[in-house]
Design a protein around this ligand. Structure first.
Ligand SMILES: O=P(O)(O)OC[C@H]1O[C@H](OP(=O)(O)OP(=O)(O)O)[C@H](O)[C@@H]1O
Ligand SMILES: O=c1[nH]c(=O)c2nc[nH]c2[nH]1
Length: 193
């Protein structure tokens, strides 16, 4: 997705620990044209699979997930990191590691909004180690829903997450791919795959 690649080149900053700061377009500020394009790209890719629901995780997955859900005209559900008193049983639970805040994070999805009839596409902002997508898949399995595919805005190819998700046997679609990044070369980014 060329508009995204251009925005990463313009806004992306390499931080210690292999973190790419893209707060200017994904994680803090959102750009309307680029965000709208994300939804159109994901929708075009996943529409033939006939999903009935988009699943993501708060907070940075919500924007790309909702624009995709709007394009596909299906509901979007986001996993919550703290269980609210409004969430009744059954609720599905998993854990992931927060890459930008550190520590283990609890994830909760209510059985009211995810269940055996659902055909689910998961959308998130980053595919890095793949741990977060595995955690989301764990909740899909608990619910009895069917995982159809995984979509992420930015893939960090050098972290190998795609390989760790291959056993799920579903298509993985990303919109921009960070091939590598370092002080000497900067951010080497290409369109996703
Ligand atoms: O493939 P992984 O190694 O699991 O990394 C990807 C996850 O890391 C980030 O979560 P984080 O909790 O840092 O950020 P957020 O609160 O901005 O969503 C990002 O939003 C993804 O969900
Ligand atoms: O802002 C972010 N930058 C990253 O490099 C990253 N990797 C996983 N999650 C991430 N979030």
């Amino acid at each position: 997705m060329q508009s995204l690649v251009n925005a990463i080149r313009e806004h992306g900053i390499i931080l210690p620990g292999g973190i790419l700061k893209v707060d200017g377009l994904v994680n803090h500020q959102l750009l309307p044209a680029v965000t709208r394009d994300m939804g159109q790209q994901f929708a075009a890719y996943f529409r033939p699979l006939a999903p009935t629901k988009i699943l993501t995780i708060e907070v940075s997955g919500i924007a790309p997930a909702i624009v995709t859900a709007i394009e596909l005209n299906v509901p979007m559900v986001y996993a919550r990191k703290k269980r609210p008193i409004t969430m009744k049983d059954p609720a599905f639970h998993a854990q992931s590691v927060s890459r930008t805040k550190g520590g283990v994070v609890d994830l909760f999805v209510s059985g009211e909004y995810l269940g055996p009839g659902d055909r689910v596409v998961v959308i998130d902002d980053f595919l890095a180690s793949g741990g977060t997508l595995l955690a989301l898949n764990g909740m899909i399995e608990q619910s009895g829903a069917t995982l159809l595919g995984l979509g992420c805005v930015i893939e960090k190819q050098f972290e190998g997450g795609r390989e760790k998700l291959a056993h799920l046997g579903v298509p993985i679609h990303t919109l921009a791919n960070i091939v590598r990044m370092n002080e000497q070369e900067g951010v080497i980014v290409e369109s996703g795959r």
